[in-house]
Write a protein that binds this ligand. Sequence first.
Ligand code: NAD
Length: 361
Amino acid sequence: MTYRITLIPGDGIGPEISEATRRVIEATGVDIIWEKIDAGTGVIEKCGTPLPDEVLNSIRKNKIAIKGPITTPVGKGFRSVNVAMRQKLDLFACVRPCKYYQGVRTRYQDINLVVIRENTEDLYAGIEFKEGASETRKLIESIEALNDVEIRQDSGISIKPISIDASRRIVDFAFQYARKYSRKKVTAVHKANIMKFTDGLFLEVAREVAKKYTDIEFEDRIVDNMCMQLVQKPEIYDVLVLPNLYGDIISDLCAGLVGGLGVAPGGNIGTDIALFEPTHGSAPKYKGMNKVNPIAMMLSGVMMLRHIGEKECAENLENAIAYIIKEGKNVTYDMKPDREDPTAVGTSRVADAIIDKLKKG
Ligand code: NAD
């Protein structure tokens, strides 16, 4: 089968790691026609926006995309292209597998969990009221009248909407994911004891959805306890499902448990569209130096191959990456015991070594 997939190299280190990733994916033998299309700082001058319509149209048409990181220009009035893409394409689930690979320098070894974060609401909905603004004063007055509470007049306010629909959709996604990838347990994370009408609602919906999936264990954890348990006994967790803010924080915590940004892949998934990308950003200071680690984006490629049903290619690529990490020879500076290690190789050499391994089997 031939796939048509949108490839967005991104900016900063994006083009280098995207090229390395494209090469290793092709070396698995999967038949892909890449629709390469630019977004990010490099196209602003030409298109007047870092996110031209043709990028979204290509993804909508092909349904599957993989992207390098994109810089969010500071103070120039641009919103994050990454957030805009998730919103415009309704990619409601952010999936971050956190898995230990032998050879990665980390305190933990026995970890293989997946963080599934709701991507569309919660405190990230962008409903904010600036301290001192007239709307904010009006809002404070209304809340005080409705709720018999007192709010300091010099407050800024951010609103946290959590809905039944979005909660049901993400928890259902987590169970479907668990089924598809033969996982055993889903843990819903919340602070329902304090935020009864938002996190409480999320938990109530999660419990309801869980009843449909009798083949998968369900439990819940309060987010603060979850943080402690992830540090003490991460090996007992499997699939975590969380509202947006906790999902953001916990996915970084889990990336840290398994060795950090260099090995943290991700996918943003909607009803029929999926966009894969590494967790890390565009690291502009390393742009064009052929220096940074392409493995997080390559592992995002592994996720993409699994998602489209190319199980064997995904497995082969993941095994070849795992071999290179374990061997520790053809890895970038950040994976060496000492960051100044002169034997560290460049981005493209990592890809060459993985392709060699794929060829040899
Ligand atoms: P960053 O992830 O780019 O960098 C953080 C640190 O990690 C830096 O020291 C960097 O050098 C290092 N690093 C990152 N990726 C690496 C890799 N592959 N190999 C080796 N080292 C790596 O985060 P930042 O500096 O906060 O953000 C830079 C830009 O990226 C910002 O404009 C931010 O908005 C953007 N960003 C984009 C995405 C995305 O496209 N999804 C995600 C996060 C940040």
